[in-house]
Write a protein that binds this ligand. Structure first.
Ligand code: SIN
Ligand code: FE2
Length: 219
């Protein structure tokens, strides 16, 4: 577990290495750092067409995380449930294309984690602010559990929860920093995961925000 001091060291040189979270899940420390400019330009291009918004859960809550999507399919939530759609329900337009930098990074990270031939078609972009949280959940709206999930973290640090196949299983807590990439798939594909309520630890570049995007094969 990192100390508080480490939470500010995310841009330090040498921020690299692997943390195994399970047999087929790994944190690749700093893996996205060389691509940060292209990734942030990609986020801007996506949110210009499909702005961040706070969706409703089927249970009637408003999510504290704001989200949008890019790629052929986008994840949405409303009173009727969770699902993937081809159009942004807010605009009626197709979700914006997935930026090439997202696809390239996701494929390289997936291969690094033991999943060659990853062909993503969906990317959920989440924006966290202080106190935003994501409760434990499984990513199970995708058709094909053979493909991994690739998760890229930018901005403020967060504490990532990684549990088991049942909601009640004990979850490990791993800090995620600007530039970290997490990949989980195979036997770990349906493990519960989430994010603890965010502390306000402003990032030099992104301020009091964390952007996380998860790249998937949904269709
Ligand atoms: C997610 O599960 O969709 C996001 C995880 C994260 O923000 O690290
Ligand atoms: Fe998730």
């Amino acid at each position: 577990m990192a100390s508080n001091l480490d939470l500010f060291g995310d841009d330090a040189p040498g921020h690299s290495g692997r943390v195994e979270l399970g047999p087929q899940s790994v944190v690749l420390r700093g893996y996205a750092l060389p691509q940060v400019n292209a990734l942030l330009s990609g986020v801007d291009a996506v949110t210009e067409v499909a702005p961040f918004r706070h969706m409703e859960t089927p249970g009637g809550y408003t999510m504290s995380v704001a989200l949008t999507n890019c790629g052929r399919l986008g994840w949405t939530s409303d009173a009727r449930g969770y699902r993937y759609t081809r159009e942004d329900p807010m605009t009626g337009q197709p979700w914006p294309d997935m930026p090439a930098a997202f696809v390239q990074l996701a494929q390289a990270a997936a291969a690094e984690a033991g999943f060659p031939d990853f062909a993503p078609d969906a990317c959920l972009v989440n924006r966290y602010e202080p106190r935003s949280r994501l409760s434990l959940h499984q990513d199970r709206n995708e058709r094909d559990y053979g493909a991994p999930i690739v998760s890229v973290s930018l901005g403020m640090p967060a504490v990532f929860l990684f549990g088991g196949d049942a909601r009640g299983d004990k979850a490990s807590r791993t800090p995620l920093f600007h530039g970290d990439v997490v990949v989980w798939g195979g036997v770990d594909r349906l493990r519960y995961h989430g994010v603890l309520p965010m502390k306000d630890l402003p990032h030099p570049r992104l301020g009091s925000r964390r952007i996380n995007f998860t790249i998937r094969k949904a269709g």
